[in-house]
Design a protein around this ligand. Structure first.
Ligand code: ATP
Ligand code: LTN
Length: 349
C-alpha cells in the first residue's frame, strides 16, 4: 500500500542489478595495520571482481573522538593511498571519502528516528571505547556512530559488508534498522549481510595475543603498521609474546601467541595452518618468528613503496576520490530520494 503510493524508484533487488559490496576503515591513525589488511582489505580486493564495489574512508566517523583537523586531512590521504596500495582498483570500485557524499549524514538522521536508545546503548564498541576515556569524555557522536555506519551501508543498498569480527554487531544493527524501516514505510532497503572470513576475522596484538590488534592502542609494539619499515616489522614479529611450551601447534585457547603467528603466516602465504604445523613440527618458536618476521618485513616494505609513490601524486589521489564520490552520489541520491519520499517529506518543487 505504502509502496503503491510512492513515486520513488523500486526496491533495487528487483531491478536485476549486480550485487553490491561496501566497506570503510577509519583514518584514525597514521597508518592502517596488518589486522585491517587481513581482516578487511584483502576481502575488499577479492570481492571487487564479482560485485559492484563501494569502499570509503569514514572521516565523519573519525571526528567522534578527539582529533586534530590537519592530521585528519593528512590521514585521509594516507588512507586512500594505502587502500590503493592494498589493491583497491578505482577502475572497478568507487573509492571515496565519506564527507564527499552528504547523503550518508542525511540518511543517518532519518535512521536515528527509528533507533531505540536502549538498542544503541547495547553496542559493545561504544561501551569499550567510552569505558576507556570515561563517560564524560565520550561524545554523542561516538554514541550515534553505529547509526551513521548503518546509513553508510544502506544508502548503497549494499548486499555484502566485508569487515572484521569486531564490526559484526554494527552490521546486525544495520540489518535490524533496514528491516524496521522496510516494515514501517514500505520496502526500501536491501538487508545487508556481514562478510567475515573466519581465519582472519581477528588478528591479535603481538604483545597481548588475547586482545585485538588495534590502531588506537597507545603502544604499537604489538601492532604491525603497514608503514613500518621491514626492520621494524620483523622486530615486532620476533619480539611477539609466545606461550609456554615449545610445540608449534594451532590452539587458540592454550597457545594464543603461536596461533596468532600461524594465522598471520597462513594468511600472508596462502598456506594452510596444517602445512605450517607440519613444516615447523621439529623446529622452535624462534625459527617460526625469524621466518615470519622476514616475510612480514618484505610485505610491509613493498606495501610502503607503493603507498609512498601514490602519496607523491596528490592531484591523482584527488582525481580518484572525486570520481569515486561522483559514482557514489548517483547511487546514494537515489536511495535518499526514496527514503525522503517514504518518510513523508514534501518534495521541493
Ligand atoms: P580501533 O582503533 O578502533 O581499534 P581498528 O584498528 O580496529 O581501530 P577500524 O577502522 O576499526 O580499525 O577497522 C577497519 C577494518 O579492519 C574493520 O573492518 C575492522 O573489523 C577490521 N579490523 C580492525 N582490526 C582488526 C583485527 N585486529 N583483525 C581483523 N580485522 C580487523
Ligand atoms: N566502523 C567501521 C568503519 C566503518 C564501516 C562503515 C565499515 C564505518 N562505516 C560501513 C563497514 C561499513 C570500523 O571499522 N571501525
Amino acid at each position: 500500500m505504502m509502496q503503491a503510493m510512492s513515486d520513488a524508484s523500486p526496491h533495487p533487488s528487483s531491478t536485476g542489478r549486480r550485487e553490491r559490496v561496501l566497506s570503510g576503515a577509519q583514518p584514525t591513525a597514521d597508518s592502517y595495520h596488518l589486522g585491517n589488511y587481513f581482516g578487511a582489505f584483502r576481502q575488499w580486493v577479492a570481492l571487487q571482481d564479482d560485485f559492484e564495489a563501494f569502499y570509503f574512508i569514514p572521516d565523519l566517523h573519525a571526528i567522534t573522538v578527539e582529533y586534530d583537523p590537519a592530521q585528519l586531512r593528512e590521514r585521509t590521504y594516507i588512507a586512500a593511498a594505502q587502500l590503493l596500495a592494498a589493491g583497491v582498483d578505482p577502475a572497478r570500485s568507487a573509492l571515496f571519502v565519506q564527507s564527499h557524499v552528504p547523503e550518508h549524514a542525511q540518511l543517518a538522521w532519518v535512521l536515528g528516528g527509528i533507533t531505540g536508545f536502549g538498542e544503541a546503548s547495547r553496542m559493545t564498541q561504544f561501551k569499550d571505547k567510552s569505558a576507556k576515556g570515561g563517560q564524560d569524555a565520550s561524545s554523542v557522536g561516538l554514541f550515534t556512530y553505529p547509526i551513521l555506519m548503518a546509513a553508510d551501508i544502506l544508502v548503497y543498498q549494499a548486499d555484502k559488508v566485508p569487515v572484521g569480527e569486531d564490526q559484526r554487531q554494527h552490521v546486525e544493527l544495520t540489518r535490524n534498522l533496514a528491516q524496521r524501516f522496510n516494515h514501517r514505510f514500505g520496502e526500501t532497503f536491501t538487508v545487508p549481510q556481514a562478510h567475515i572470513v573466519k581465519a582472519t576475522a581477528k588478528i591479535y596484538d603481538l604483545q597481548d595475543p588475547t586482545a585485538k590488534m588495534s590502531g588506537s592502542n597507545p603502544s604499537h609494539a604489538g601492532v604491525v603498521d603497514l608503514d613500518d619499515t621491514a626492520k621494524q616489522a620483523a622486530k615486532k614479529i620476533r619480539s611477539a609474546m609466545t606461550d609456554s611450551g615449545t610445540e608449534i601447534r594451532f590452539d587458540r585457547e592454550s597457545k594464543p601467541g603461536i596461533s596468532n603467528l600461524l594465522s598471520i603466516y597462513a594468511a600472508l602465504t596462502d598456506r594452510t595452518i596444517e602445512s605450517l604445523e607440519t613444516e615447523y613440527a621439529d623446529k622452535q618458536y624462534g625459527h617460526l618468528k625469524v621466518d615470519l618476521g622476514e616475510l612480514v618485513g618484505d610485505f610491509v616494505q613493498s606495501f610502503g613503496d607503493r603507498t609512498r609513490a601514490l602519496l607523491d601524486d596528490r592531484a591523482e589521489l584527488d582525481r580518484v576520490l572525486a570520481a569515486g564520490a561522483e559514482r557514489a552520489r548517483e547511487v546514494a541520491a537515489e536511495t535518499l530520494a526514496a527514503v525522503y519520499d517514504r518518510s513523508g517529506f514534501v518534495a521541493p518543487r
